[in-house]
Design a protein around this ligand. Structure first.
Ligand SMILES: [Zn+2]
Ligand SMILES: [Zn+2]
Length: 89
């Protein structure tokens, strides 16, 4: 059992797993925050229409889910960040 990095409570992996269920590719092992401190927004990814994970301290909902972000990094070798580039051609 590991403590939440944010609020220091012991992470309940069952509850966190339920919370992360809509996210592709991510499991409780990828997280070091508890379910209360993790924010998941359904249907927000501009690429796949899936759920996105809102990083702590970020008030903006990301445009990409973690899976699409890592796909982009793999394909282009370039990290798009959480938000779609506002300058598109
Ligand atoms: Zn927490
Ligand atoms: Zn996506």
């Amino acid at each position: 059992m590991k403590p939440c990095q944010n609020c220091q409570t012991v992470i309940d992996e069952y509850v966190l797993d339920k919370k992360l269920e809509p996210l592709r590719d991510l499991t409780v092992d990828d997280f070091n925050v508890c379910a209360n401190c993790a924010t998941v927004v359904d249907d927000a990814c501009v690429e796949c229409g899936g759920a996105v994970y809102v990083p702590r301290g970020d008030s903006n909902v990301p445009d990409f889910c973690p899976a699409c972000r890592s796909e982009r990094i793999e394909q282009t070798g370039h990290d798009p960040g959480w938000h779609r580039d506002p300058i598109s051609t």
